[in-house]
Write a protein that binds this ligand. Structure first.
Ligand code: FE
Length: 347
């Protein structure tokens, strides 16, 4: 496999047949991300490198199932998934391979990647989203929802709403909070949130925001991009929802707001490994970061890359302290957190 830089020399010497070359200029991506802006990002990679991208689009669970079914025959080179919990689960099933890349080491903060081993790093985050608290200012004071820990405070009895505790977004958040609090305090925190629920967990994050606006819930958890979508929505009723609620980036005075990732890894049986690594490095470039993050109202993961997104700015997303617990700990805690959720009756 040739590196991108050596390619012109290979062409000049013309020692390879066109078909042999063509076989090397391919990258097969399995993607759980489907945003229009991603297309421009893929096209630019192909224009710059000559590497043609074939893409399989499916949801996260579908991609993992497909990789497992295909085994060593899988054509997948790069796998794009959403959420560290999902990345960690796929990694634990042996679906990724570690890579060594000085470019990625320099560009992406270590806490947004899998824990490194002597063979390298498996998954890497390429955009971040914060998990924030949305509340009804008529019923709840900002000071009462300044931290995730306060979601378990009896002051919020009958007010808390969330999607399922077992959803990867919550598993990842709970995993890092429990890492900080320790197991005993962590489990009583989960129980406190259950005791505060306005209703049994159901729906997605957007449903929780709407339920806060309607008065059914007083406080809820949401990823920032769902809030941005409502702010940017063409539907007046969506923007009306956002006028009724407030957003808090929790734990600003302590450990920072929990952020999660959308990320990528090189597939275990990648046939075009060098192209896969080149694509991962491309994703860390300022150009790709802008498309990757902005396409879903997310924040850039690469150091020094700032993305100007008016909807994120409107909710304070341009000025918050993010938690820096390595997302690698999510993997370590997943099974334990699910068991705690079951004991706490957190559906
Ligand atoms: Fe989502």
């Amino acid at each position: 496999m040739r590196t991108l830089l050596s390619l012109p020399i290979v062409l000049a010497t013309a020692t390879l047949s066109v078909s042999a070359l063509a076989q090397d200029k391919v990258l097969n991506i399995y993607s759980a991300r489907h945003y229009q802006t991603d297309e421009a990002m893929y096209e630019t990679f192909t224009k710059t490198t000559g590497i043609k991208i074939n893409r399989v689009d499916a949801d996260d669970a579908g991609i993992v199932a497909r990789l497992k079914a295909e085994g060593s025959a899988s054509p997948a080179d790069v796998v794009l998934l959403v959420d560290a919990a999902r990345m960690a689960a796929a990694d634990a099933q042996g679906l990724f391979q570690p890579i060594k890349s000085a470019k990625l080491d320099a560009a992406i903060p270590a806490h947004l990647r899998a824990d490194p081993t002597k063979d390298g790093v498996t998954w890497t985050g390429f955009s971040t989203r914060a998990r924030v608290i949305v509340y009804d200012p008529m019923r709840v004071k900002a000071a009462d929802v300044a931290t995730y820990e306060q979601l378990a405070d009896p002051k919020l009895k009958g007010m808390f709403c969330t999607r399922s505790g077992s959803h990867p977004y919550n598993l990842s958040l709970f995993s890092t909070v429990i890492e900080r609090l320790g197991d005993a305090k962590g489990e009583s925190w989960l129980k406190g949130m259950v005791a505060n629920m306005a209703r049994a967990p159901k729906g997605g994050d957007t449903d929780q925001i709407k339920a806060v606006a309607s008065g059914e819930c007083g406080v809820a958890l949401s990823n920032t991009y769902y809030i941005a979508r409502l702010i940017k929505s063409a539907a007046p009723e969506d923007r009306a929802v956002m006028e009724k609620v407030r957003v808090v980036f929790p734990n600003q005075g302590t450990t920072g707001t929990h952020v999660n990732i959308a990320g990528a890894a090189v597939a275990k049986y990648a046939k075009n490994r060098d192209n896969a690594v080149a694509f991962m490095e491309y994703l860390a470039s300022p150009f790709a970061q802008d498309y990757f993050a902005n396409g879903n109202h997310e924040f850039a993961a690469a150091k020094g890359v700032k993305i100007d997104n008016p909807a994120l700015r409107a909710m304070g997303g341009d000025r918050f302290k993010a938690e820096e617990i390595p997302l690698g700990v999510v993997a370590k805690n997943l099974v334990k957190v699910q068991q705690m959720l079951d004991r706490a009756g957190f559906k």
